[in-house]
Ligand binder design. Structure first.
Ligand code: MG
Length: 376
């Protein structure tokens, strides 16, 4: 079996002058083989940058385009190809976008292997440990407490008993934040699990510690990314002094970066994104390190149904894989790119048992939103 093409697809709904808020653009890959099997993957990153990393002609032995690296290779040799991509793109890769692009391809390779062997991906990963995975809903809080309470009521009605608030105005004004969390707790009741996401907005340890203490009375499930990921000292002091769990890591890549992050900041939970951290292969290695350091893993996931399908297969195969993020995005790419998406049933998602990721893509939607720009 040989790889015959790596198709890098950039999808974008709004014009280039409009920003994307949550999921209005996407980067997906299709890895084609000489047997007719096609693997699908994605990365939640900057599509234009990732498309260039795949398509660029090779410069020299450690600055090679990912497509160049893979053409003619056996797609079933996933681990060897992961390290080949890592090494031969290391001058412009090694972390960040270079690993994001490898993540998309790695997911596609697992899709191919699973179809080829005729067993689910979770079987290739060592076996399924659960049939369903509880989900938590992620929402951007509304600008007022009243509207936020209404949105929370809708989430509960949809079946969630666990949810997360982040983005919008949240994290900019402590008084406002407290009113929003107060309204959410009142609407949800004492039993619901509520987390908050600061997206780095608390800036330094002293300020963050004051806010963590202020929100203690609301019994939050966790406080996510209170400080920048590179502020290891601040994050460690916060983790050591906070009575609420501290989480982070959705922007980190590779087991090397996660190992430093875990050892230096002592988070309660890490949140690697399977489409960014290095794909299914690297996610497994990151999970091993987390397990050895008393750290839970709850993946970040806020993109299309491809990400969701890959995350479900991974979580089904690991001990403790019992919480998945479920986006509330209304983007057409989130809702319609995959025509057979994994849906919420009684606050959980079901683990699929067919070979491959099992996602079918809406080709009309791809044609409609595809950005036709190519390096070669
Ligand atoms: Mg987050």
């Amino acid at each position: 079996m040989r790889i015959t093409d790596v198709e890098a697809i950039w999808l974008r709904i709004p014009s280039f002058t409009e920003p994307c808020e949550w999921g209005e653009d996407a980067f997906i890959v299709r890895v084609h083989t000489d047997t007719g099997i096609i693997g699908i993957g994605e990365s939640d990153s900057s599509p234009a940058v990732l498309k260039a990393l795949v398509e660029t002609p090779s410069s020299h032995s450690t600055s090679r385009g990912l497509r160049d690296i893979l053409l003619g290779e056996n797609p079933l040799e996933i681990s060897r190809l992961w390290h080949k991509m890592y090494e031969e793109s290391s001058y412009m890769g090694r972390r960040g976008a270079g690993i994001h692009a490898i993540s998309a391809i790695d997911i596609a390779l697992w899709d191919i292997a699973s179809q080829h062997y005729g067993v689910p991906i979770h079987t290739l990963l060592g076996g399924k440990l659960r049939d369903t995975i509880p989900a938590y809903g992620t929402m951007i809080p509304k600008d007022t407490p009243t509207e936020t309470a209404e949105a929370v009521t809708e989430l509960l009605a949809a079946g969630f008993s666990s949810f997360k608030l982040g983005g919008g105005l949240f994290g900019l004004d402590p008084e406002h934040d407290q009113r929003i969390v107060h309204a959410a707790r009142n609407a949800a009741g004492d039993d619901a699990k509520i987390a908050v996401d600061l997206v780095y907005r608390w800036k330094n340890y002293r300020y963050a510690k004051t806010q963590v203490d202020r929100l203690h009375e609301y019994n939050l499930n966790w406080i996510e990314e209170p400080l920048p990921s590179d502020d290891h000292d601040g994050l460690r002091r916060l983790a050591e002094t906070s009575r609420t769990r501290i989480t982070g890591g959705e922007g980190l890549t590779t087991v090397a970066e996660f190992t430093d992050f875990i050892k230096n900041t002592r988070p309660d939970i890490i949140q690697p994104d399977i489409t960014r951290c290095g794909g299914i292969s690297e996610m497994r290695r990151i999970h091993e390190v987390a397990t050895q350091h008393s750290t839970e893993l709850v993946p970040h996931g806020f993109s299309t149904g491809i990400l969701m399908a890959a995350t479900v297969q991974f979580l089904a195969s690991i001990p403790g894989g019992n919480l998945i993020e479920f986006s509330q995005s209304t983007s057409a790419l989130y809702q319609d790119l995959v025509t057979n998406p994994i849906t919420l049933e009684n606050g959980a998602v079901r683990v699929r048992n067919e070979p491959g990721l099992g996602v079918q893509l809406d080709e009309d939607l791809i044609s409609k939103y595809r950005v036709e720009m190519s390096l070669g």
